[in-house]
Ligand binder design. Sequence first.
Ligand SMILES: [Zn+2]
Length: 122
Amino acid sequence: MDFRTQYFNNITITSETEYQALCAQAEIPARTVKEIAHSEYRLTYAEFLADEWAAMTREERCRQVIDAAYLKHLRILAKARKRAPKPVELVRCDCGHSVPRIRVMSASMGTSCPRCYDRMSD
Ligand SMILES: [Zn+2]
């Protein structure tokens, strides 16, 4: 049995502030997102038997549990970012208006937004 599980499931971190507070409480330095990412594989897959867990220092145990919970939160954030639609890129046309790139029209007097197309066409 992975001994970490019983601790791991008890901690939920929902913000960076919460992570830092937990680290402060456990008296371990908070890690940066980059450092957490570096340890991602271990934090996700390392399993500890009871005697291994007992042999670890208090700091190592806190590190493992708190960092793993923070990694979970970071993954949720990353997923949400992926789902969010990309911001529409606006292009300024020669008619003077800005429209999404996909809506730019090519008129004889230059690029145009759909509304100005007739005026921009000779
Ligand atoms: Zn226009």
